[in-house]
Design a protein around this ligand. Structure first.
Ligand SMILES: Cc1cc2nc3c(=O)[nH]c(=O)nc-3n(C[C@H](O)[C@H](O)[C@H](O)COP(=O)(O)O)c2cc1C
Ligand SMILES: [Mn+2]
Length: 501
């Protein structure tokens, strides 16, 4: 099934699939929604459409991405790995051999050509146009998420800019703290593309913020693409249909025609203010820091627009599933650069930058070290604080199995690497912000060339006996075959199901 074309189609699909609950009671976007959503996400509950958020006439949609099943519905796939498969197909294109291959190759090239955004002359996102004195952020049910947050924050935006030199578009998801009814801060962290566009600008940079998109385009704003790649192109490719864009009303940018709401405006270089604190996905409040100020020149929207939101906080939250999608979707691209990588896992509890588990086909002494350093040099993965390397046969998604090899195969003196490098903007633990320690753990089997003694053989039952017991199992009268699962808690089991090949 093709991914939904806009937020409304997505809401209808969620409703048809029994994945959405409409809340008709009046509910306060100030803290109350967070507590409801926190409980709902942590119990694997449905997407919520708050029809009467206090103080606004716009309904608020939240938890649209909050389970593996909804994430798959969003992409129109059965497993998130299927999304990766589509990219892998294109990335691994070889010169065609023979006619069938050529036709297949052309089809793939067409899928790339079709992924370019398409400019259209009219968009539903501009049914209502508010400029001048009509601009009023108080129209929107913007959430204040946590008690220590000083103001409401827009949490699920697609922020659109252009590189002033190359003209290439960038789309990123960066929270926006409301300052007043006509301005917000823009939380462009130090490593992000939106900030680079801003820094490359003299004077004012035009900015447009799309709220309420089809789920694949909304996801693409969170995807860590290289700077020179337009996130709307990835969205078009993954949707199998181009993102349609229209000219914004007051700035020189294009915005998705299907958006529910668009905020247009500018950011003046050097005009900053103290943003935050904000209860963030690290599970802590990130302290106040200077960030640029976004001044609105227009709000455009659909006549009966829906406002989208998300809560981040101590894991597991809804963003865990956006990040799991990224983990799966980017595996083929990572393998292009580091082909010895078999698979990897970013544990949700590790807030995604604290830990990477990676399995490799090891073929030379020090190979695990090579891969650690490759990860510390790879896009946003370069911010990873700890890297655990295991052999190809280890299931990186089974943390019990990984922990077994970390315990069994590691001589801390020989196999632990302490290095240093850039760290996530929000990480409060390092002595310095942005720069600090890295931990590598080589949990692969070692060779004598790496200074180990003769490595022992791992225990495994013979295939012959396993087949025999499989065949005879019912005869023994023991019911539970999957005894291992008894010790797994629910979320671990869900994760295993998600990643089962
Ligand atoms: C819910 C959510 C909120 C986010 N908030 C921020 C933020 O406030 N600032 C930021 O720099 N990145 C934030 N991110 C991460 C960026 O969206 C992500 O790094 C993305 O790749 C940025 O786009 P860019 O690579 O084009 O800069 C957030 C991600 C999610 C899923
Ligand atoms: Mn980008």
């Amino acid at each position: 099934m093709a991914p939904p074309g806009d937020l409304r189609e997505w809401i209808r699909l969620l409703e048809d699939e029994g994945e959405l609950v409409r809340v008709s009671a009046e509910v306060d976007p100030d803290l109350e929604i967070t507590e409801i959503v926190d409980r709902t996400v942590k119990s694997g509950g449905p997407a919520l459409l708050f029809e009467r958020p206090k103080g606004s006439r716009l309904p608020l949609l939240i938890n649209q991405f909050g389970t593996e099943r909804r994430m798959c519905l969003a992409f129109g796939v059965d497993r998130l790995d299927d999304v990766a498969g589509k990219l892998e197909d294109v990335l691994e294109m070889q010169p065609p051999q023979g006619l069938v291959d050529k036709v297949r190759g052309l089809r793939k090239l067409k899928s790339i050509a079709d992924s370019l955004p398409k400019t259209v002359s009219r968009g539903a996102c501009q049914e209502v146009v508010l400029t001048g004195d009509e601009i009023d952020l108080d129209l929107l049910p913007i959430q204040r998420c946590w008690p220590g947050d000083p103001a409401p924050f827009i949490t699920l935006p697609a922020v659109i800019t252009r590189d002033p030199h190359t003209g290439v578009r960038n789309v990123g998801m960066y929270r926006m703290q409301k300052i007043d009814s006509r301005s917000t801060y823009m939380h462009w962290q130090i490593h992000k593309d939106g900030r680079a566009d801003y820094l490359a600008t003299d004077g004012k940079i035009p900015v447009a913020v799309a709220l309420g998109l089809d789920p694949v385009t909304a996801y693409s704003a969170s995807a860590p693409l290289p700077k020179h790649i337009d996130e709307f192109m990835l969205a078009g490719f993954l949707r199998g249909e181009p993102v349609e864009v229209v000219k914004a009303k007051t700035v020189d940018l294009e915005v998705p025609a299907n958006a529910e709401i668009v905020l247009e405006g500018t950011i003046e270089k050097g005009e900053v203010g103290m943003e935050g604190p904000f209860g963030d996905h690290t599970g802590y409040y990130t302290p106040a820091e200077p960030f640029p100020i976004f001044r609105l020149s227009a709000i455009t929207m659909r006549r009966d627009a829906v406002y989208p939101s998300i809560v981040v906080g101590k894991p597991v939250q809804e963003d865990a599933w956006l990040a799991k999608a990224t983990e799966r979707i980017f595996l083929p691209a990572i393998k292009m650069t580091v082909p010895e990588i078999v698979d990897y896992d970013l544990p949700v509890a590790g807030a995604f930058h604290n830990c990477v588990i990676v399995s490799i086909r090891k073929s030379f002494p020090g190979h695990a070290h090579k891969v650690m350093h490759a990860i510390w040099g790879l896009g946003m993965l370069s911010l990873s604080k700890a890297v655990v390397v295991v052999d190809a046969h280890v299931n990186v998604h089974d943390y019990q199995e990984v922990f077994f090899y970390v315990g069994a195969n590691v001589d801390p003196k020989r196999d632990v690497v302490i290095s240093e490098g850039p760290l996530d903007h929000l990480d409060h633990a390092p002595t310095l912000q942005f720069f600090g320690g890295k931990l590598g753990i080589d949990a692969t089997a070692k060779t004598t060339a790496e200074g180990a003694r003769e490595w022992p053989e791992e225990i495994a039952m013979s295939g012959e006996i396993r087949e025999l017991v499989d065949r005879r199992w019912d005869e023994y009268g023991i019911s539970a075959q999957d005894g291992g699962d008894v010790v797994q808690n629910g979320s671990r089991r869900r994760l295993r199901q998600l990643l089962r090949r």
